[in-house]
Design a protein around this ligand. Structure first.
Ligand SMILES: [Zn+2]
Length: 190
């Protein structure tokens, strides 16, 4: 097949050169009212790939990007952790045959880590894309949590824009006795 980015022949979704150069993660950190959020890419640098998320192609793209980012991150993180860490993806709902957030959390499975798939689902199907901060603040996602309590979790989402969603998710988890260590997103739009 051909590399999705440069169209060179490759056995993978992206060729070795694109994986090592164009898609090399560059971690940035934001602090949203006390919640630390780490992102692997700047949204604008990989926008074309991120926009595949509601198409069949997005399955391969998100899986491949997760292998380059979430997977090595958690493997490094868990080396310095003595307790079991849980992973909660934001709204792992199936769209176009797959959940793009579940593709991210799925790559984090390893010893010492447990993924709580589909444990935090939004009851309000409001679409935040392109909406103002005011709109986001007035229209809560109304997350419902169905998972274990008294645990430490890492929150996962694909994109952080204003941070409204992650803040609301953290609040709901906290009400359920869950401690959010920090959040990880594939890309940050600033
Ligand atoms: Zn390439």
């Amino acid at each position: 097949m051909r590399c999705l980015s440069c169209h060179r022949l490759t056995f993978s979704t992206f060729c070795k050169r694109c994986r090592e150069e164009l898609l090399k993660p560059s971690i940035s950190k934001r602090n949203i009212d006390g919640l630390e959020v780490y992102s692997f890419y700047n949204y604008h640098n990989i926008e074309d790939f991120l926009l595949t998320k509601h198409t069949p192609l997005g399955f391969r793209v998100y899986r491949e990007l997760a292998k380059l980012t979430f997977k090595p991150f958690i493997q490094e993180f868990i080396k310095n952790s003595n307790s079991l860490i849980y992973i909660v993806g934001i709204d792992e709902r199936v769209n176009s045959g797959y959940s793009h957030v579940a593709l991210l959390t799925h790559q984090m499975r390893c010893r010492g880590v447990e993924i709580l798939h589909s444990s935090l689902i939004a009851q309000n199907r409001v679409n935040y894309s392109g909406k103002s901060l005011q709109f986001r603040l007035e229209n809560h996602r109304e997350f419902r949590y169905r998972g274990k309590r008294d645990i430490d979790v890492i929150l996962v989402d694909d994109i952080i824009t204003t941070g409204t969603t992650l803040k609301e998710a953290k609040r709901v988890l906290s009400r359920n006795g869950v401690n959010t260590l920090f959040a990880l997103t594939l890309a940050s739009l600033v």
